[in-house]
Design a protein around this ligand. Structure first.
Ligand SMILES: [Zn+2]
Length: 234
């Protein structure tokens, strides 16, 4: 009855099935080296975001919208500045951790432009960074604190580290990649996610001209809301 419940389920794509240009930008399943020379396999499954409007309407958690992880400027590959956009499916897990982090901080958490997902073709993607996995966020403001001082960055880094061993932060400092001096960087490492709707039974080559995709199952809450009120049984 209301527009609020008309957000379609997110479409999950196997990036091996996308066109040549997108595959060359997203590099699904390819190995990528970090600054220490360790190799990490890039994500293969992405949410396809058809429009800015849908990105704005899609909440990953109560306080984080999909659009906050897809804000990029001209440093991103031109094709990924257009819609449809692609974001690794692990972004939802990141949003969950950010939601916990927000509670622990007791204030709103603001992600910078270019501070969410960055493709391997993004000009800031020098060596493997979890931003290329959709599992990192650069936060430039928390509540009214602009994160540009050693004190502010260390305070919130500590909150993140106390929250979970899954969360990694960059210490205050001025070495790009190793430090942060104008934001708090939070990441979950090189986490990839295989959506439950996806079948892994196929080889990695794109199959003929038949793109593979699935729509994410409805959120439990939406399912509950669509059930006729009257039954009290859980
Ligand atoms: Zn970062």
């Amino acid at each position: 009855m209301s527009d609020a419940h008309e957000v379609p389920n997110l479409k999950v794509v196997d990036a091996f099935d996308l066109d040549d240009e997108l595959r060359s930008i997203l590099k699904p399943g390819e190995m990528n080296r970090d600054a220490q020379g360790r190799r990490h396999r890039l994500p293969r499954y992405f949410y396809e975001v058809p429009s800015h409007e849908l990105a704005l309407r899609t909440r990953l958690t109560p306080h984080f919208g999909l659009n906050e992880f897809t804000l990029v400027d001209l440093k991103e590959a031109p094709r990924l500045q257009e819609f449809p956009r692609y974001v690794p499916c692990a972004v939802r897990t990141l949003a969950f951790y950010l939601e916990q982090f927000r509670s622990a901080c007791g204030a709103s958490v603001h992600i910078a432009v270019n501070g969410g997902y960055r493709s391997p073709a993004h000009k800031l993607s020098l060596g493997s960074t979890p931003h290329m996995w959709g599992t990192a966020a650069d936060v430039y403001r928390i509540g009214s604190s602009i994160l540009k001082t050693k004190e502010a960055i260390e305070k919130f880094n500590e909150i993140a580290e106390d929250l979970s061993d899954d969360l990694h932060v960059l210490p205050y400092g001025h070495v790009t990649g190793d430090n942060a001096d104008d934001h708090v960087h939070l990441d979950l490492g090189y986490l990839t996610l295989i959506p439950r709707e996806i079948s892994e039974d196929r080889m990695e080559q794109p199959q003929e001209n038949r793109p593979r995709f699935a729509f994410e199952d409805r959120r439990r809450k939406e399912r509950r809301n669509s059930v006729i009120v009257g039954s009290d049984t859980e």
